[in-house]
Ligand binder design. Structure first.
Ligand code: SAM
Ligand code: SF4
Length: 326
């Protein structure tokens, strides 16, 4: 079954957040003091998350990405992933992590049925990494990347947010990883989530990132995978890994958007940057599969055509990315 929105976009991808808590404090994602913890009852139980996942897959979702906050800090996450991975019709289960706990959890994650890991890593310099994450330990993340491969995962994809004046000098080092280590690198434009007045100062467009790489390497455009959605993918000839550009802010994005999102408190969103969200709790407590299917379909059919964050006068309610899941 295909799930299609009113513009004919095929919606096959659900980003499901399991927590808004995190063991890091990346400055572009979370305030320094963290966020006010939601009460226990506000956060969806694993049963409820599973009901959403099963219903979404029943409607045509084929890929689920587990995200957060940091998904690996939620207790019993491995058992939950094991249950998700066997949902009939689900073709791809992936997880995005900051990698801090990966070295100790990689083996269990692999056994749980997760097929692919994305690790967020914005700097290969220990000090810059610590500055961006407000204290994160680069070595732990690097050890996690190693461990993931040792237990059998393909080289994790690396999500890298490039910011002017912060890590722009590292674009080529990350591109090199696709050649030297076989990781696929996803360069992500900085997005104004925790909106500062002059947020534009961090922005480097995907085009500029590409130009910098193309000035050093030949880049061949490659076909994207079935679920890659709005990324443009390239390869340095001979490299095992690819280089993807996600131009969430500067454009080329919305017309190919293939995803919906559900937060750990059950708020469903058709667009990351739209204020509109739908509270799924009434269909979860008590569980109402049919009602939930109807409301998920409605979220898909009213998915906005585009966001307008690249335009002047952009106003959205401030949010922390950790609450929506990126
Ligand atoms: N904690 C996990 C991690 O960091 O991978 C998963 C959740 S995190 C919110 C998901 C992704 O959102 C990360 O790759 C992160 O870099 C990205 N992200 C968070 N805030 C962002 C921002 N303001 N602009 C661009 N990407 C952002
Ligand atoms: Fe935590 Fe991920 Fe947000 Fe960084 S980007 S603060 S690791 S949720």
């Amino acid at each position: 079954m295909k799930l299609t929105d009113s513009l004919g976009r095929n919606i096959n991808y659900l980003r499901l957040s399991v927590t808004d808590r995190c063991n890091m404090r990346c400055f572009y994602c979370m305030p320094k003091e963290g966020i006010v913890n939601k009460g226990h009852e506000a956060v969806l139980t694993y049963e409820e998350l599973l009901l959403i996942a099963e219903t979404a897959v029943g409607l045509g979702i084929e890929k689920i990405r587990i995200t957060g906050g940091e998904p690996l800090v939620r207790s019993d996450i491995i058992a939950f992933l094991g249950r998700l991975s066997v949902i009939p019709g689900l073709r791809h289960l992936a997880l995005t992590t900051n990698g801090l706990l990966l070295s100790e959890m990689a083996a269990d994650l692999y056994k749980s049925g997760v097929q692919r890991l994305n690790v967020s890593l914005d700097s290969l310099n220990a000090q810059t990494f610590s500055d961006i994450t407000r204290g994160g330990d680069l070595n732990k993340v690097l050890a996690g990347l190693e461990a993931a491969e040792q237990v059998g995962f393909p080289p994790p994809k690396i999500n890298c947010v490039i910011m002017r004046g912060v890590n722009e000098e590292e674009i080529l080092s990350f591109a090199e990883l696709s050649r030297l280590r076989g990781n696929s690198i996803r360069f992500i434009e900085y997005m104004p989530a925790v909106k500062e007045d002059d947020w534009q100062r961090y922005c480097i467009s995907g085009e500029e990132i590409l130009e910098k790489i193309a000035a050093r390497y030949t880049l061949e455009q490659i076909d994207k995978g079935a679920f890659s959605g709005p990324s443009r993918d390239f390869r340095i000839p001979g490299a095992r890994g690819s280089i993807g550009i996600i131009t969430a802010v500067s454009g080329h994005f919305c017309s190919e958007c293939n995803r919906i999102r559900v937060t750990s408190t059950g708020q469903a969103k058709g667009c990351l940057f739209a204020d509109a969200k739908t509270d799924l709790i009434p269909w979860l407590r008590p569980p109402d599969r049919e009602g939930l299917a109807k409301v998920l379909r409605a979220i898909v059919s009213t998915k906005p055509e585009r966001h307008d964050i690249s335009q002047d006068g952009y106003t959205h309610t401030n949010f922390t990315m950790s609450q929506v899941g990126g």
